[in-house]
Design a protein around this ligand. Structure first.
Ligand code: DC
Length: 234
């Protein structure tokens, strides 16, 4: 019989992948399914980008000053990340902020500061609960030693179509599939070819191609995979 005490309370799951592969939805739902918490590291880069835009910062020096001055905490009740004490929510989800996030994420000091915050937050939470950490360099740089690593990806055309559908649902009219495909390509290139912590598949990650899978199937697959390895047959 499996003893209850054998179940580890907290552990870290690293999820990486390109934008639009379904990574954020999958990560959020996996965190829920594990009764844990999500650390959305893209939101942290977006938070920096938001203040960069708001303050009109234009140089590396200014970006670094901004990131050093930002505090990250958790609104436990709402389950939302607070950036400088504020839940920036939808303000972080614009295309402008996304592109700026991709840009500022290329600077070493910006990454160093955010990586440090990510390690601290996730390690503290993981003492008590499972923590799903989602980003581009989680399994490679931020937590290279964790057991559970996934790389979530999908066919570029599928990713573009999903994004297109999402924008249409939100009422955005003046977009084309072609322009999204191009935008994705640009962002992927920027994220994968940058010198520091480029997006790549961690050596020991389980690659999940979501092109023909439903979100619920992806989440179930990952949960099973984690549980099979976390609670091996005695
Ligand atoms: O996942 P996202 O679209 O919210 O991320 C926005 C940008 O932030 C992404 O284009 C690259 C950067 N990023 C990063 O460099 N490293 C991470 N761990 C997460 C995001």
């Amino acid at each position: 019989v499996r003893g209850k005490s054998k179940k580890p309370k907290g552990f870290i799951v690293a999820i990486d992948g390109p934008s639009g592969a379904g990574k954020s939805t999958v990560s959020r739902q996996l965190a829920e399914a594990l009764e844990g918490r999500l650390l959305d590291t893209g939101a942290m880069y977006r938070g920096v980008a938001y203040f960069v835009i708001q303050q009109g910062a234009m140089s590396e020096h200014e970006y670094v000053e901004i990131v050093k001055g930002i505090s990250f905490s958790m609104d436990e009740k709402a389950g939302a990340m607070l950036i400088n004490g504020e839940d920036l929510g939808a303000k972080l989800r614009t295309e402008e902020v996304g592109l700026m996030a991709s840009l500022v994420s290329q600077f070493e000091e910006v990454r160093t500061v955010l990586t440090r915050h990510q390690r601290t937050l996730a390690r503290v939470w993981a003492k008590k609960i499972p923590v799903v950490v989602e980003g581009r360099d989680i399994g490679t740089i931020v937590f290279p030693d964790v057991r559970f690593k996934f790389f979530v990806t999908a066919d570029p055309l599928v990713r573009a179509q999903r994004r297109y559908d999402e924008l249409r649902r939100r009422g955005v009219k003046r977009i084309t599939l072609k322009s999204i495909l191009k935008q994705n390509q640009d962002r992927d290139r920027q994220d994968s070819t940058r010198k520091l912590a480029p997006l790549k598949v961690p050596e020991d990650a389980v690659v999940v191609d979501t092109s023909t899978m439903k979100i619920s199937q992806v989440v179930q697959f990952m949960k099973n995979n984690i549980q099979a390895r976390n609670f091996p047959e005695e």
